[in-house]
Design a binder for this molecule. Structure first.
Ligand code: HEC
Ligand code: HEC
Ligand code: HEC
Ligand code: HEC
Ligand code: HEC
Ligand code: HEC
Ligand code: HEC
Ligand code: HEC
Ligand code: HEC
Ligand code: HEC
Length: 471
């Protein structure tokens, strides 16, 4: 490795030759693109067959028709009859299982539920989640009228006086019930957290445990310094690059240049361009979770990475064509997690919620933590809510699927807010109509009754049991 200043500004014959080569290859690429369009099932041609816009959950992979439609029907265009339920389960099965799905298909195998299935075929995802029908699509890809719980739960009002008079399109309102994920809303869970204060006494996040969470079984390595860098002789780098690396957790944990770039005698050759797979050798959980959310779903589908220019959400123009890969938040050789947690996000995101963040109490807490005046774990960054720290079997790690805690947002109550707030306050805050636009910088005005109702239900049941026992 030779350490020199970059030679970018030098004008030489070599530079002219490379410019010519660049033009030649650009022309070759354009020609190849059009040839490909003629002979292959090019995605742009397929979009012409789309009957309507794809949901906001899937718009990024819309061009990949075969992700959901069976490609087996030769050259026929995709249709409603070739959609594979298997495909839905391949991508979502694990998540729904992990979310303890309240209405899994298996629940309806029981013959006593036959009449319910006749009313609504709940074993088929497509009964409730169709595609390309924007005018019928509600929040979270639901394409049924919102009062559909009625088909199967008509007896609720009779069995539960507390529910009398409630409309069926209100069952699934924020903080009450979800169809799939009710982990923060089970009656027992609600009652267990009854009466908690708005702010818990030890309001703090767990600390990360990156080394324990590595995919490498046992990590034992000596810390490295500038002089230890092991890039091959012919690699030209700036002193800043090596300095950045030497200051990071990677050098401190013994991860040398070739650990990421290859180039050691027995391993693959050195490469300047890295992909998520190069990080995956050590950070499997982060790479896997990144690929199931909106940031990484295109990479997972084998498409070029997502860029802000393709987004439906408002984004800053300056970053329109930046690729969403690991470097989008962990740039250069610094891999600075504080930069990644707020500043990186705000280079791209420009919606009202993101822009409101800096004025919140949470943001002040985060600034205090970063400056050292607040205790570690007491700040709330964008990443605190969207890339939550989870307790895994190998230690606390960062879930890089920023959608996992978003749909439904009660997931966030359990995984994030309850580190610091009582459940009642968290549900109220998440259900507050102003919450999203103020980025949770306002005191919630609405009250969700769930916690109180669950508590009353258990208290009544207990007192009934007691009277029975007394008789
Ligand atoms: C994320 C999954 C997904 C992707 C990707 C996808 N579709 Fe679909 N498509 C569906 C679903 C679900 C339906 C509805 C099936 C039903 O109604 O039973 C559907 C229905 C259709 C229909 C029939 C509509 C009707 O009203 O009969 C056509 C045509 C279609 N898709 C074309 C396409 C084309 C072309 C592409 C690629 C450019 C594509 N789809 C990509 C999931 C997908
Ligand atoms: C190639 C993988 C893949 C396939 C196939 C797929 N999905 Fe998805 N789906 C995703 C990703 C990634 C997201 C966005 C992240 C998220 O919301 O969790 C998503 C989002 C969703 C959402 C939330 C939508 C929203 O607007 O918030 C629903 C509902 C959903 N998918 C249902 C389905 C159903 C039903 C099928 C089968 C027709 C299906 N998915 C097929 C990957 C897939
Ligand atoms: C009876 C209607 C119904 C059926 C059947 C159904 N869903 Fe859903 N799904 C919903 C509703 C309603 C939501 C909105 C969030 C909620 O209430 O859980 C949702 C949300 C989702 C989400 C995003 C939120 C989350 O909890 O992850 C995914 C992904 C999803 N469904 C996938 C599927 C798949 C895959 C199937 C088939 C195995 C399926 N759904 C079958 C009604 C249904
Ligand atoms: C296709 C029929 C069907 C639909 C539609 C349906 N459910 Fe259910 N639900 C069931 C079945 C079956 C059970 C199992 C318990 C039982 O037999 O009541 C159940 C159980 C439940 C439970 C208790 C879960 C537990 O494990 O403690 C709740 C709460 C619930 N449903 C709410 C809803 C809500 C809210 C909706 C609408 C968003 C809905 N259900 C839609 C069939 C359905
Ligand atoms: C933790 C992984 C990691 C380590 C360790 C690492 N790099 Fe990199 N390096 C990267 C990533 C990521 C990129 C950006 C790749 C891209 O843009 O596709 C990169 C880019 C480069 C480039 C390409 C051009 C540039 O200046 O950005 C060079 C040269 C380079 N690294 C040299 C080194 C040297 C020398 C070391 C050791 C002192 C080192 N790297 C250590 C991950 C690493
Ligand atoms: C050879 C194994 C290895 C590879 C490859 C690797 N890392 Fe790491 N990484 C580590 C170790 C070990 C740590 C833990 C350092 C610590 O906390 O002591 C770490 C820590 C990190 C951190 C946390 C830094 C901090 O300050 O807490 C980030 C972010 C990170 N890696 C990103 C990446 C990215 C992005 C890539 C791919 C470009 C990558 N890593 C490739 C081993 C690796
Ligand atoms: C949207 C921004 C973003 C992207 C993209 C991103 N990260 Fe991170 N990453 C973060 C933030 C923020 C943290 C620190 C979170 C914290 O401290 O709680 C982090 C922490 C980490 C850590 C250390 C914490 C841990 O989980 O042990 C590793 C390792 C890591 N990232 C690897 C990766 C890899 C590999 C990729 C690419 C697949 C990637 N990151 C893509 C934002 C991002
Ligand atoms: C390089 C630009 C870029 C960076 C950096 C970035 N994002 Fe994103 N983010 C996007 C794009 C593009 C989407 C997809 C939007 C779409 O599909 O319409 C997205 C989607 C999301 C979503 C899902 C929104 C939804 O409705 O499904 C969340 C949440 C999110 N980002 C949060 C963050 C956070 C938090 C950070 C920092 C830790 C961050 N992003 C960093 C570009 C970026
Ligand atoms: C206290 C937790 C919290 C913090 C801090 C937070 N968010 Fe969010 N964010 C949420 C919740 C909850 C939602 C879902 C709101 C809804 O749909 O009702 C959300 C939604 C989003 C969305 C989707 C917006 C849309 O219009 O659909 C993006 C993008 C996003 N957040 C990015 C960010 C960024 C970037 C930051 C930091 C600048 C940030 N968030 C800070 C909790 C938070
Ligand atoms: C690391 C701890 C921590 C986490 C995690 C956290 N908060 Fe907070 N939050 C606080 C503190 C501390 C305050 C200030 C309380 C006070 O001043 O009484 C606060 C204040 C608030 C406020 C009042 C805002 C204001 O400016 O007065 C709302 C609303 C709120 N949090 C919602 C949430 C939601 C929703 C979540 C989860 C998505 C969450 N918080 C996660 C620590 C946290």
């Amino acid at each position: 490795m030779s350490v020199t200043e970059p030679a970018a500004k030098r004008f030489t014959k070599a530079a002219w030759t490379s410019k010519w080569l660049w033009w030649a290859s650009l022309n070759a690429c354009i020609a190849a693109y059009f040839t490909y369009g003629l002979v292959a099932p090019a995605s742009n041609i397929k979009t012409a067959w789309l009957p309507g816009k794809t949901t906001h959950g899937h718009h990024q992979i819309e061009m990949d028709c075969d992700a959901c439609h069976a490609p087996s029907q030769g050259n026929a265009p995709p249709s409603a009859s070739d959609v594979m339920q298997d495909a839905c389960i391949r991508c979502h099965g694990d998540q729904l299982k992990a979310a303890n799905d309240t209405h899994p298909a298996s629940k309806f195998n029981d013959p006593t539920n036959a009449d319910r299935l006749a009313a609504l075929d709940a074993q088929n995802c497509l009964t409730c989640h169709q595609e390309h029908v924007p005018d019928r699509t509600l929040n979270m890809g639901l394409t049924l009228p919102a009062d559909y719980c009625w088909h199967c739960h008509q007896e609720v009002a009779e069995n539960r006086p507390s529910h009398a008079g409630m409309a069926y399109d209100s069952c699934a309102t924020a903080g009450c019930h979800n169809y799939h994920d009710n982990r923060a809303l089970y009656e027992k869970f609600l009652d267990d957290h009854f009466g908690e204060p708005d702010l818990l006494p030890d309001a703090k996040l767990p600390l990360r445990d990156t080394v324990a969470a590595l995919s490498v079984a046992k990590w034992q390595a000596e810390p490295l310094q500038v002089g230890d860098a092991d890039a091959p002789e012919d690699i030209v780098v700036s002193p800043e690059l090596v300095g950045d690396w030497a200051e990071t957790a990677h050098a401190a944990a013994g991860v040398n240049c070739t650990g990421c770039h290859g180039g050691q005698a027995e391993a693959a050759a050195w490469s300047d361009k890295l992909s998520v797979a190069d990080c995956e050798t050590c950070h499997e959980q982060q790479v896997d979770s990144f690929q199931t959310g909106k940031h990484g779903m295109r990479i997972a589908a084998g498409l070029p990475p997502m860029t802000p220019s393709l987004a439906l959400l408002p984004m800053h123009a300056g970053t329109a064509h930046e690729s969403l890969d690991c470097n989008a938040c962990h740039p250069g050789h610094r891999f600075d997690t504080e930069f990644a947690a707020v500043d990186a996000c705000l280079r791209c995101h420009a919606d009202s919620h993101s822009l409101a963040y800096r004025d919140t109490t949470h943001a002040s807490l985060w600034e205090e933590e970063v400056s050292g005046s607040g205790e570690r774990g007491t700040g709330v960054s964008c990443a605190t809510c969207h890339l939550p720290r989870l307790e895994g079997n190998r230690g606390v790690w960062v879930n890089h699927d920023q959608n996992a805690s978003l749909r439904p947002s009660e997931t966030m109550a359990r995984e994030v807010c309850m580190n610091c707030h009582g459940l009642d306050f968290a549900l109220n805050a998440l259900a507050d109509p102003l919450g999203k636009t103020t980025c949770y910088g306002n005191t919630p005005e609405r009250r969700v009754e769930s916690v109180q109702m669950a508590h009353d239900w258990f208290t009544q049941r207990q007192s009934k049991r007691r009277t029975k026992a007394d008789q």
